[in-house]
Design a protein around this ligand. Structure first.
Ligand code: MLT
Ligand code: MN
Length: 311
């Protein structure tokens, strides 16, 4: 199984367009220790030819240009794409707006929970995905299924999608009601992905509001876990003076501290742990920060765009 990180930053990317935080300034200046990152997405392939896109980032066009395996092959038809299917783990802007890049009557299968499909259906701009070519399919939760290309051919992957503590997409929040954070609904989904045969599998969890005993049990002994690395500490955006929200309010468990993901995943015997969906304020973005050194010495890696893993 081939895994490629297309985008490792959280919503907004790194640097974010309006961010003047020192992290963003260093990235914008092209400092080698502050590598720019596009918004959250990975691609997975069993055969290295047909790919499943997990989340469609607003930066998808750039990500395809940066990753030749996602481009039409030279000997192929005049309109073609190795992207055979797209799967959404939530309806956040950083995960769905790349669908608009995938217009132009190209066939692929689109998978999401019924809840996220309903939200797409309510937004007629997504009708740019011609239904004659793009089949929208509800994905089951908690039981394994096999994604197919638009012609029905198996992609050679088995997926178990399951809800993790989260919340509705930011743009779906209702200002007149308290937001239910940490709810186990169809709004925030994690993926366990393996090949067709039982064997090595990995987890992709770009958003998670808290650890639960059930989630810890699932992750126990995994070969590879991509986990929500949005913030270093919960009040980081407040401390930095760039926002009013905590990580908790945004539906993201922070990395550091006794209640953070580094500590909570430490004893789960996971072979490879990678932070992804990293916010522009998070010091682990910087190769030369003490926080980066701390995550590395705790056995974690920090995802970067173009990172390739084989499982
Ligand atoms: C998040 O992960 O918290 C969202 O991407 C927020 C947003 O939509 O900007
Ligand atoms: Mn996000």
């Amino acid at each position: 199984m081939h895994i490629r990180v297309l985008g490792s930053a959280a919503g907004g990317g790194y640097p974010q367009w309006n961010c003047n935080h020192p992290n963003s300034r260093r990235a914008r200046a092209g400092e080698p220790a502050a590598t720019q990152r596009t918004q959250s997405s990975i691609a997975v392939s069993a055969d290295g030819v047909r790919w499943l896109l997990c989340n469609a980032s607003p930066d998808l066009r750039q990500q395809i240009n940066d990753n030749p395996v996602l481009q039409p092959v030279a000997a192929g038809p005049l309109r073609a794409s190795p992207l055979a299917a797209v799967l959404l783990t939530n309806a956040d802007v950083d995960h769905v707006t790349g669908l608009l890049t995938l217009r132009e009557s190209q066939a692929f299968t689109l998978y999401a929970t019924p809840r996220v499909l309903e939200v797409l259906a309510m937004n007629s701009i997504f009708n740019v995905l011609n239904p004659a070519f793009v089949a929208r399919r509800p994905m089951p939760l908690d039981s394994p299924w096999q994604p197919v290309a638009s012609d029905g051919a198996l992609l050679g992957l088995t997926i178990t999608a399951f809800a993790v503590p989260g919340k509705v997409a930011l743009w779906l929040e209702d200002a007149t009601r308290p937001v239910d954070i940490g709810a186990l609904t169809q709004d925030t989904i994690a993926l366990e992905i393996g090949g067709l045969e039982p064997g090595r599998r990995f987890f992709y969890i770009p958003a998670c509001a808290r650890m639960t005993p059930a989630l810890a049990a699932r992750l126990q002994g995994a070969a590879l876990v991509f986990f929500d690395g949005t913030l270093w500490v919960d009040d980081e955006m407040i401390q930095a003076g760039v926002g009013l929200k905590t990580g908790q309010r945004m539906g993201h468990l922070s990395v550091a501290g006794a209640g953070g993901s580094m500590a909570l995943l430490a004893d789960l015997a996971i072979q490879r742990k990678v932070f992804i969906h990293i916010n522009t304020t998070n010091p682990i973005l910087l190769d030369d920060s003490p926080e980066r050194a701390a995550v590395i010495s705790a056995g974690w890696e920090v995802a970067y765009d173009g990172m390739q893993l084989v499982l």
